[in-house]
Write a protein that binds this ligand. Sequence first.
Ligand SMILES: NC(=O)c1ccc[n+]([C@@H]2O[C@H](COP(=O)([O-])OP(=O)(O)OC[C@H]3O[C@@H](n4cnc5c(N)ncnc54)[C@H](OP(=O)(O)O)[C@@H]3O)[C@@H](O)[C@H]2O)c1
Length: 276
Amino acid sequence: MAAQPKDSPVILITGASSGIGAELARQLARGAAKEGRTARLALAARREDRLNALAEELRRDCGADVLVHAADMTQPSHVAVLVDSVKSHFGRIDVLVNNAGVLKMAPFLDMPIGDMQYLVNVNFWGPLHAIRAAAPVMAEQGGGRIVQVASGVARRGLPFMAVYAATKAALSCFTESLRMELGAQGIDFTIVYPGGVDTEMPASVDRASLPDTYHDHAELRIPAARAARAIRKALKCGALEVYVPWWVRWASWLSVICPSAADFLIRRSYGKSLNK
Ligand SMILES: NC(=O)c1ccc[n+]([C@@H]2O[C@H](COP(=O)([O-])OP(=O)(O)OC[C@H]3O[C@@H](n4cnc5c(N)ncnc54)[C@H](OP(=O)(O)O)[C@@H]3O)[C@@H](O)[C@H]2O)c1
């Protein structure tokens, strides 16, 4: 009798309605189809229409088993229902990709406190709620992996994104602690540190709140597909950390080894936008 194809892991991706999350879902579904498996994906975000369109595409093109669930990750009750629905549909959760995030940019002293709270709520509390809900499910089934999509600015803050950078640094530190604590229950963690990625996120930044001379460094952005590929590869090999593109790792090391050189280079590249 022919060998049965191995079951695909059940992967819950938050922020799957666009950008890196949507691209990761596509790559996982295609990869499973190529290997003769059925991808088992749960897609979460607030824009349900986008999730449904993506789910249709993945079912049609790759035969994936896709669950769509609209949820606002800042609401613990939404997150609890999301995790319950994934568990009841698939019976387990092997991987949680905490990818949902938002970016707001402005000089620190000009940013409304509400925007700062929003950044913290989505980028830090969102993954925290998701882990509180999903980790017990993983522990009960004997293990799992949690992927935290942070940012290169978690390792080296940049101008006009002080609070965003702080949310991602908090996420990174929080994850390092959990890796030790929850590792004993078979739960592994991967932290992803992307540089600029060409998605709706940088495109939606309100330029009016930034200095006229601010240069957005769009030339350094990578396509979402490249960031998603790096995450997929990390899932396969169980990497602890992923820096994408590669130079983000070197930039973060430079910042640790010689912070004054990092300051110098950043000041130079932000030029006049840092003048009073
Ligand atoms: N793009 C970059 O340059 C860059 C660089 C480093 C790190 N990252 C990180 O990569 C991750 C993905 O970002 P992206 O670049 O792919 O941006 P994106 O295209 O704007 O995607 C962000 C996703 O997060 C979801 N989301 C936002 N707020 C949410 C909430 N309250 N509840 C549930 N879902 C929410 C959005 O869906 P809905 O609006 O439908 O809810 C969307 O699916 C983020 O964590 C981001 O911080 C991005």
